[in-house]
Design a binder for this molecule. Structure first.
Ligand code: HEM
Length: 79
């Protein structure tokens, strides 16, 4: 199935503030964490939704297994 491609600007609006949706990007894919109690209002510890967080995972106490059960919304447009 073809995934919809979103720009960084479109992703940035889904920060739980400008728009109600809460999306994060990791390794080129965009994941939906709108209903995650760990991403309320678009924040997760000191990390913010609406961004490409690929480089920030190294700060996490967990690996990327946390993405396995999340819905993929689309693909991040690489500039
Ligand atoms: C100080 C840094 C961080 C802490 C203390 C932290 C802590 C946690 C904890 C305790 C969980 C629950 C894990 C579980 O269900 O086993 C979690 C889930 C998650 N974390 Fe982090 N995390 C951090 C950084 C990050 C970063 C940088 C990302 C993104 C690249 C991230 C993405 C996620 C995601 C997607 C989930 C799953 C949410 C869900 O299923 O509802 N975390 N985190």
């Amino acid at each position: 199935m073809e995934l919809t491609i979103y720009s960084l600007a479109q992703l940035a609006l889904r920060n739980g503030q400008d728009k109600p949706e809460v999306w994060i990007a990791y390794n080129g894919l965009i994941y939906d964490v709108t209903h995650s109690r760990l991403w309320r209002k678009g924040t997760h510890y000191e990390h913010w939704a609406g961004q490409d967080l690929t480089d920030e995972l190294k700060d996490a106490p967990h690996t990327d297994y946390v993405f396995e059960k999340l819905n993929v919304i689309g693909r991040l447009k690489m500039d």
